[in-house]
Design a protein around this ligand. Sequence first.
Ligand code: AHR
Length: 659
Amino acid sequence: MKNTILTKFTICGLMLSSFYINAQKTTLEVDASKTITKIQPTMFGLFFEDINFAADGGLYAEMVKNRSFEFEKPLMGWEQPNTKRSSMNKESGSAVPINLAADNTNFCRVEINNDKGYALINEGFRGMGVKKDAKYNLSLKAANPNAAIKKIIVQLIDKDQKVIGETNIIPNSVQWANYTAQIIGTQTEAKAKLKITFEGTGTIDLDMISLFPEDTWKGRKNGLRKDLVQLLYDVKPGFLRFPGGCIVEGRTLSDRYQWKKSVGNVEERKTMMNRWNVEFSHKQTPDYFQSFGLGFYEYFQLSEDIGAEPLPILSCGMACQYNTGELAPMDELDPYIQDALDLIEFANGEVNTKWGKLRLDMGHPQPFNLKYIGVGNEQWGTDYIDRYKVFEKAIKAKYPKIIIVSGSGPSPKGEHFDYAMAELKKLNAELIDEHYYESPKWFRKNAGRYDNYDRKGPKIFAGEYAAQSVSGANPNNRNNWECAFSEAAFMTGLERNAEVVQLSSYAPLMAHEDAWQWTPDMIWFNNLQSYGSANYYVQQLFSTNKGTDLLSITQDGKALIGQHDLYASAVKDTNSKEIIVKLVNTAASNQDVNINLKGAKLGSKGSMIRLVSENLQDENTFADPKKIMPKQSEYKIAKGSQQFDLPPYSVTVLKFKIK
Ligand code: AHR
């Protein structure tokens, strides 16, 4: 009996003591006197892939889908609501004398049998976003062989067919000619369409029917969507990886991404099916094609605009191993290697070289100062290592300073990963790309992943990662707060290991509300609006507070990697003269943290930026895009140690001014 009571007391005592431990203060020591390593300016960057309508229908501001009638079904995206009174044909380029490029052979032949009522309507990318009073620039090519058509009337219509903007073109050339006009929106409408009608009876040929907002990023003609680039810019990314992702590899080698087909005159860039069109049976997107209007020149320019190092990834002669796994034989790798060498010349070469001259002709005489190039995306096995060696040799022979990114496959663990890491280490690979699409719990548990990586071995590019609330690429995944703060916990580990991890990026970057294939995504948009997810703000917080020098932050001499559900990292910023501490509380309760800062004299005021939300399932949405946003406040710096109360599920950035 006595014993039993004692046992009960003991259990109760244990429970109390564990409660007491949870509630007690965590004391952290920050040593500002010693820089562990420099933080690379590339530490936090962006991964861009044309998935989820991120390029066509997204960043590339073209509003007309299938503008050049080059989709597999040439009239996809175009409606003819009243075909009984007229007809339309598609002809091949050779059927009539035209001056179009070899890679843009289709055009639209319209026969108007009576002079009223026939309409050709483009549905846009799940509609067109039109804003009241905004200007839209229309351009098209037309040939009016018999001068039969007197006028082309172009209107924006809303979902009820009401005209919300209008212009017209007089097609006065019998030959192919370019025409431009402007439409001003009279109403804001997210699902507008472009309607074309004709005056006259007879035949007219049309091609490259295009509509762009005038208000693009930097006001560039036919440029990029301003709100979306602004979101990228606001991350202050260290690099921009492009064009993917699996899109680099292709389902077969012939549909791999070929950068040379994405540069030069926009009209001559050959449209092709986007691999994400058919990738997921649960998310087929039959109208997803690549116009390459956003091509490699534009990617380099975008990188420059947002202050990011350009980081192109190229095919290494292996198609996606989840699809065909088609291989370019080892003795037929030359064209692939030449593409890599020519790309470096395009980016950096003198303007009197073949590819440097193209850069000049496209409007950028100055080099883009390319420093990195990636060989393959998510390849695995000996086939990859064999090909990587050949690429490495050729690139280094001609461009010894270019840093080559190699890949470790699609998973952060397992046989393929271990093999790739061991082989690449033997080859003294410079920068290895790791990908992880794992659960939020995995991210919290792996905050120490890089603590034991060899400091003298290859550097790491955490090139694609995102916490998946359900499972990898599951369509029910959400950009919820649990995922976001778990990534923040993990990112303290990236930062603490800045000696090894030199680049990192969340993936995928963007998704159209009505046309996505993969979720979660950092930025969501529709035709009028866009917003950053909670995950976006985590990325932004880390990137804009990355500092310049890594400092140690410890509890009893150990890194904080989840003890009491707390995570921490610390840096110094020698430019802003600040010590920056990042704290993540993944517990459902408040936590008190004491920070003892040695090795620096602090000013009297500090600032705090906090991201917090009450529920694990909370997320930003179109209806409430700012639900989870960083909030800034100031605090007085105390003498001695600094005390902070961390709310449940919170990410806190503390900035201490140094005297
Ligand atoms: O980010 C989406 C896809 O995930 C990428 O295309 C691929 O590299 C990875 O499997």
